[in-house]
Design a protein around this ligand. Structure first.
Ligand SMILES: Cc1ncc(COP(=O)(O)O)c(C=O)c1O
Length: 411
């Protein structure tokens, strides 16, 4: 019997089953309290002038109407050339690339195109917060596998990962380099994951948005990024999700892409078409320009980020956080247990209001929120003066918590 309309829920079960983005909420909080925002991962410096000029030129040249739904040809060609140069993968721009509105749309379009109700998707935890709602929106259930913090960075237990795969497993989501942990998966780990995918006939959705932000371990030169798609038997079962956002400091442009075998690409293109029709035409043309920048662009990007990482980590340690140098991406996951707060939410509220620095509560990266209750994430994709301002404020963390309690009570 149909439900009587008066008792019907006003929002869908799906929408009711996840919360608003905590990361975007933190940015609103930072603005409200005038805090230095080390929460949401976007650069606060100017986008390179030549990249902006390419976008302006494209608008003036009147590339202002819908582009081909799966992406401007010139941009897809540039993506294919860059993928060959940096990943060694030969990709057909006409049948294996879909340009999307950011990698955010790329990931959800890839999932909706390949996953059915009842399928399971394996996700390493902590995870970039979009993946859980992505799974819900795609009707899948997520199965979480922990990444453990050790002296050698974050690692997973091979037996636990293998046990997460079963006949219902449709895919694994990999974020490599990893947000929020800064982990770069080792060749041995990638091979192990690939083996599970091949043996279980599962896909790998690999989010490689931080591919050019890799630092190397213990002062060693960074090893070039390796995509799992390049391992034997993985090309046909991998969707690479990537975007212009982080590599070219244009997070507001919302231009990303999926690289996948032809049959998956046809499905992704259909989903993408009805989700968004297409990404901004002139910005795709500027993307084609950006992707033709010389190797020095990427070397200096990595050097700049390494310098910023090497500034922030000691600042955090001095302030009383326990944390390590991330191997990639531009985040530091820091342990707050020294400060004696009940949980990460109370801590980040204190941090933004009393100290004047915004960070993301660790629980937002976990399905079981208690696992992140003594963690927070800082980003270092900020101007030197922003990081210096944060450092000055964070030094106040060394004052005892009793001082802050007394301050709060007396105000
Ligand atoms: C791992 C990861 N994937 C995807 C995104 C979103 O990227 P885009 O701007 O391409 O949608 C982010 C943004 O912070 C991210 O950290």
């Amino acid at each position: 019997m149909p439900e009587p309309t008066q008792t019907r829920q006003r929002i869908s079960r799906k929408a009711a089953s996840f919360t608003e983005s905590v990361i975007r909420e933190i940015t609103r909080e930072a603005m409200k309290y005038g805090a230095v925002n080390l929460g949401q991962g976007f650069p606060d410096w100017e986008t390179p002038a030549d990249i902006k000029q390419a976008a302006i030129d494209a608008i003036l040249a009147d590339h202002n109407q819908y582009a081909v739904t799966w992406g401007v040809k010139e941009f897809r060609d540039a993506i294919a050339r860059k993928t060959m140069t940096y990943l060694g993968l030969d990709v057909d721009p006409d049948s294996e690339i879909t340009v999307t509105c950011g990698s955010t749309e790329g990931m959800i379009a890839a999932m909706m195109a390949t996953v059915d109700a009842g399928d399971e998707v394996v996700v390493f935890e902590p995870f970039y917060e979009n993946y859980a709602p992505d799974a819900i929106l795609a009707d899948a259930s997520a199965r979480y596998v922990p990444l453990y913090r050790t002296e050698n960075g974050f690692v997973f237990d091979k037996e636990e990962l293998a046990a997460a795969f079963n006949p219902r497993t449709r895919a694994i989501i990999l974020c490599h380099p990893n947000n929020p942990t800064g982990k770069v998966f080792t060749p041995d780990e990638l091979e192990f994951i690939a083996d599970l995918c091949r043996n279980n006939n599962a896909y790998c959705f690999t989010d490689e948005i931080y591919e050019h932000i890799i630092f190397g371990v213990d002062g060693a030169e960074p090893v070039p990024h390796v995509s799992i798609a390049t391992l034997p038997g993985m090309r046909e079962r991998t969707v690479i999700v990537n975007s212009l956002s982080k590599t070219y400091s244009v997070t507001g442009w919302r231009v990303g892409y999926c690289i996948a075998p032809e049959d998956l690409t046809s499905a992704i293109r259909k989903v993408h078409d009805f989700l968004t029709v297409g990404a901004a035409n002139p910005l795709q043309r500027a993307g084609a320009y950006a992707m033709s920048l010389p190797p020095e662009y990427y070397t200096s990007l990595e050097k700049e980020y390494r310098r910023k990482r090497d500034f922030l980590v000691p600042v955090l340690k001095d302030a009383g956080f326990r944390c390590d140098y991330p191997q990639g991406a531009y985040y530091v996951m820091a342990d707050i247990s020294e400060f004696g707060f009940a949980n990460d939410i109370a801590f980040t509220a204190h941090l933004v209001r009393e100290i004047g620095v915004a960070a993301v509560p660790g629980s937002s990266f976990y399905n079981d929120e208690s696992k992140g209750s003594q963690l927070v994430r800082f980003c270092f994709c900020k101007k030197d003066e922003t990081l210096e301002a944060a450092a000055t404020r964070l030094a106040k963390m060394r004052w005892p918590y009793s001082f802050w309690n007394a301050m709060r009570e007396s105000s």
